[in-house]
Ligand binder design. Structure first.
Ligand code: RAM
Length: 552
């Protein structure tokens, strides 16, 4: 048979097939009808940044000191006037201190002092959040993230006088300036350094009770500074790096925000943005960027963060009573539960081996951490929290299987991961004992209160217990202590860990902190760590939510 391609019947059939195919492809994206609206709402809720001009407070000298954090400390030397009033040729390597962590744009003036500027001047600026960033050579670079995150910028000045703004947004407290090249036939000086600092915080949080111990008040102050710096037009993870919105960071920042700056608009924006930029199978992408236009880091699927989205949404709705946002975004929270359904075995255990092969299962920056118990615990927690969200929104009937699923996972966890002899939860084939496993088994309610207390009290005595690697995991450990009623222990742990950073001079809290290894880096080069990191701000949440524990 010869096909007549122009036959009207054939044309009609082809047209029909194209329509079916095209709509079939679209039907795969469960959020297609809502995406534009979500992204528009994200845009409508974009906060206006508050700008503040800051001047440096002094000049400092960086000194090696084995007792100082990472072996370097900044010692006050002169007033900034010394730099401004003297030839820069005699001052290469000078370090300027702004006295606090700032995020924004740096401007300086440069002017001839003597003679005519007959050639360009080349300067190198290095911006550091902590002293070691200005002291340790960056090259040859061995880090596993882009070398360009490090904040060193070369500026060539071709004419003067000039006021120069470094185009890149920076995050720092200290600025080092070195002279790379200048003409011998004239002299010049640098002055008027200004940092245009930005943040979306425009509100002073309530004062703590006067009974608050000094160390806790200091931890709160540093936590607030950390959060303020990360609150830009999204909840950034770190204003130096990665400067974007991650779901796990958003969750903890929004908790701290609720009890301090109370910028609900920013939380709302971030929840809509993540929803609007989710993958077209309905799964959330772990992190998103705002510009040049909102987009996600394609393909970055992080198991734990997908589940925490619904938890964050529940906390937001519970705190604000903004049911509209809750209802808009409910389909996204609900959809993430399919991930749990997919990996939940008949025996009630999550298939963590399979999940680990198919996903980025994170939980902490800690080599060797076995994540089976964490994954099981978070899955139960997410089921329960998402059910609580459904109740707030009157949507229980859409998720009527999840309570029984949670129960099944819980029973299986107790059966397979609890060791009644030691009173601790174990994880993986090697029955590893870790802070993370105990925390998630407690937060999920697998442990009874009594069992939780026994496990948490026993933990410090276990020689090989795997400790948290980053403040992110430490948050869940403190939450578990509070959940178990171990108030004094929670207070001590918070004071030891975050207080440890304060005592080592932190202006803002760090991405990674191991009290026994200050040079630890998940990226093989500690200067590229972020030293003002969102997930580290949560003492603010604990201190303010539980005044009876922390403010007396
Ligand atoms: C780090 C980021 C961020 C975190 C991810 C998992 O690279 O800084 O804070 O959410 O890891």
């Amino acid at each position: 048979m010869v096909l007549n391609l122009l036959n009207p019947k054939f044309l009609l059939l082809s047209f029909f097939l194209i329509i079916v195919f095209a709509s079939g492809a679209k039907a795969q994206d469960p959020y297609q009808p809502y995406r534009q609206d979500w992204l528009k709402k994200a845009e409508d809720n974009k906060p206006k940044l508050v700008e503040t001009e800051k001047q440096p407070v002094s000049l400092v000298r960086l000194e090696k000191d084995p007792a100082a954090f990472q072996g370097w400390k900044a010692v006050n030397t002169d007033s900034v006037g010394k730099l401004y009033n003297t030839s820069f040729k005699t001052q290469s390597g000078v370090v300027v201190d702004f006295g606090e962590h700032l995020t924004g744009y740096f401007t300086f003036s440069i002017k001839a002092l003597k003679g005519t500027a007959d050639g360009p001047v080349r300067l190198k600026f290095t911006f550091g959040e902590v002293p070691a960033e200005l002291s340790v050579p960056f090259d040859p670079y061995k880090g596993t993230l882009s070398r360009a995150w490090l904040q060193d910028e070369t500026v060539t000045v071709t004419e003067m006088p000039a006021d120069i703004t470094i185009p890149r947004r920076l995050a720092c407290r200290f600025v080092k300036i070195e002279l790379l090249g200048a003409s011998p036939y004239f002299d010049f000086h640098i002055s008027n350094m200004v940092f245009k600092a930005t943040s979306s915080v425009a509100f002073k949080p309530p004062l703590l009770a006067t009974t608050t111990p000094q160390l806790i008040a200091d931890i709160d102050r540093v936590g607030l500074a950390t959060l303020k710096e990360c609150m830009q037009t999204v909840y950034e993870d770190g204003p130096k790096r990665d400067r974007r919105l991650w779901i796990g960071d958003l969750y903890l920042e929004s908790l701290a925000n609720q009890f301090s700056y109370q910028n609900n608009q920013l939380t709302r924006r971030c929840l809509y943005l993540l929803a609007g930029l989710s993958a077209d199978d309905g799964v959330l992408i772990s992190n998103v960027f705002e510009s040049p236009e909102p987009h996600a880091q394609a393909g970055s699927r992080l198991f734990d963060y997908c589940l925490l989205y619904g938890v964050a949404l529940k906390e937001y709705v519970a705190a604000t009573d903004d049911k509209q946002t809750g209802l808009d975004l409910w389909p996204v929270a609900k959809k993430q539960l399919d991930i749990i359904r997919k990996y939940a075995g008949k025996d009630g255990m999550m298939d963590y081996q399979k999940a680990g092969k198919e996903w980025w299962v994170f939980f902490d920056w800690k080599d060797g951490l076995d994540k089976q118990a964490c994954l099981q615990g978070l899955s139960i927690y997410a089921l329960n929290q998402t059910y609580a969200l459904a109740k707030l929104l009157g949507k229980e009937s859409e998720v009527d299987d999840i309570q029984s699923l949670a129960k099944k996972l819980k029973a299986a966890a107790y059966k397979n991961l609890y060791d009644p002899k030691s009173g601790l939860f174990v994880s993986g084939v090697n029955k590893q004992i870790s802070y993370g496993s105990q925390a998630w088994m407690i937060l999920s309610g697998v442990a009874s209160k009594q069992e939780a207390q026994t496990a948490l009290k026993a933990l410090p005595t276990v020689k090989d217990a795997v400790h948290p690697g980053a403040p992110y995991m430490f948050h869940y450990y403190i939450a578990a202590l509070i959940e178990s009623g171990l108030k004094a222990e929670a207070k001590d742990a918070l004071q030891n860990y975050w207080g440890g950073m304060v005592k080592k001079g932190a202006d803002t809290f760090w991405e990674v902190y191991d009290p026994n290894d200050e040079l630890k880096s998940p990226y093989n080069f500690y200067p590229v760590n972020s030293y003002c990191h969102a997930w580290s701000c949560t003492p603010v949440y604990f201190i303010r939510k539980y005044p009876e524990i922390f403010q007396r």
